[in-house]
Design a protein around this ligand. Structure first.
Ligand SMILES: Cc1cc2nc3c(=O)[nH]c(=O)nc-3n(C[C@H](O)[C@H](O)[C@H](O)COP(=O)(O)O)c2cc1C
Length: 215
């Protein structure tokens, strides 16, 4: 290895900020998720709502990318996207997906498994029109996941901005997905790599089963 290369094997740190006790986590993963999310936002971690979304393509191969969490309640986790883009088509074909949050400063990870369905059109309308004007224009101008050159993209943006100087109508192919979770896993980094992992799985009877996994 040359001197200018970083020795990745040597990049490591101890995790010792917190612990994850069974009693503290309770038995309702939605309530516990909400608590960790609130704590991440309060702690001003970088991009607290950013989550990795993994889907399956038509051949069953995994694809992943980052999206932003825009809503959360007992029904699931909501993000918005282009239904005609790659992930939109993948979820229409196979709704199974995985979401992962990593909050570096808090030494925490949350993994969620579930199934995605489209939110009601009114919910997409409400969120679309709450976005800044330029974000609305960009959503309407961008055929997500299609090859495009920068000049064409900017021309489309300028054309839509001029046509709709105030409110842009929500494109029919732009909207939200809600991921109804059947599994949550909360990970808290601990000293000497003896991390805490608590998993919650939804049983057939609608009750959540909790267990602890080896790190
Ligand atoms: C921090 C961050 C937030 C993002 N949020 C979104 C989002 O909420 N919705 C979205 O469609 N793409 C979002 N993206 C872009 C996606 O990662 C991805 O590039 C895009 O959605 C196209 O993915 P696809 O071709 O697999 O459909 C975000 C990217 C980053 C880095």
């Amino acid at each position: 290895m040359s001197k200018t290369e970083i020795d990745l094997a040597g990049v490591r740190r101890e995790y010792e900020r917190a612990r994850l006790d069974d009693e503290d986590a309770g038995h309702d993963p939605h309530a516990f998720f909400q608590r960790w999310l609130d704590e991440a936002i309060a702690a001003k971690v970088g991009e607290p709502t950013a989550m990795n979304l993994a889907t399956l393509d038509a051949e069953g191969a995994p694809r992943s990318r980052v999206v932003l969490l825009k809503g959360f309640d007992a029904r699931g986790l909501v993000f918005f996207t282009d239904y005609d883009g790659a992930k939109g088509q993948e979820l229409a074909r196979d709704p199974r997906c995985a979401l992962t949050f990593h909050w570096v400063e808090q030494e925490r990870q949350i993994r969620v498994l579930g199934r995605a369905t489209r939110v009601a059109t009114e919910e997409s309308d409400r969120y679309f029109h709450s976005r800044p004007h330029k974000s609305q224009v960009a959503a309407a101008a961008s055929p997500q996941s299609q090859p495009i050159d920068r000049a064409t993209l900017e021309a489309r943006f300028a054309e839509i901005e001029a046509r709709y100087p105030d409110e842009v109508p929500r494109p029919a192919n732009w909207g939200g997905f809600r991921v109804a979770a059947h599994t949550f896993e909360f990970w808290q980094g601990r000293r000497s790599r003896l991390h805490d992992r608590l998993r919650f799985r939804l049983g057939a009877d609608g009750q959540w089963l909790r267990d602890r996994l080896a790190p």
